[in-house]
Write a new protein. Structure first.
Length: 159
């Protein structure tokens, strides 16, 4: 079983990834695409990106934070920060990039841009100080999660 600190870290990581992925839904640069994505397609593809990212983060977390490695409680903060820096942050950035590549549904450019801007800002904060990802809950992605859920990206922004 995971410790409560580990659980909080994993929750924050998954939430972060999901939020960032969803939040970075798309850019408002639809000038290069010939066919606009529908909202249903965007939500479906965005949630798939988030699911894949969440699974990748969970896989590394489950290999890193085991009772066998840390039988007396949570891992040291240095291990948690390394996980955030080496796993969570790159995964979330990749998810943001993937969702950004989807393009925004016609008429929803401002909403998607707000999500992407919020997510990238939160991730940039985590890049400067990875310890913000160690706290229980959404951390810097709280506002992003709200935008994501309101848009219908249910996998993104959920633990």
């Amino acid at each position: 079983m995971r410790s409560s600190l580990y659980g909080g870290l994993v929750f924050a990581a998954v939430l972060t990834v999901g939020l960032v992925l969803a939040a970075c839904g798309s850019s408002n640069d639809n000038s290069t695409s010939t066919t606009a994505i529908t909202k249903a397609e965007f939500v479906k593809n965005g949630n798939a990106i988030c699911k894949k990212g969440n699974q990748q983060i969970n896989k590394v977390a489950n290999q890193t934070f085991t009772k066998k490695k840390y039988p007396n409680g949570p891992p040291p903060k240095s291990v948690q920060v390394k996980f955030a820096t080496d796993t969570v942050i790159p995964s979330v950035q990749s998810q943001i990039n993937g969702i950004n590549a989807l393009g925004a549904p016609k008429g929803d450019e401002a909403k998607v841009n707000a999500i992407v801007t919020s997510a990238q800002g939160a991730l940039d904060q985590a890049k400067k100080d990875p310890t913000v990802l160690l706290q229980k809950g959404p951390g810097p992605f709280k506002a992003t999660n709200k935008l994501t859920k309101a848009y219908g990206l249910t996998v993104c922004g959920s633990g």
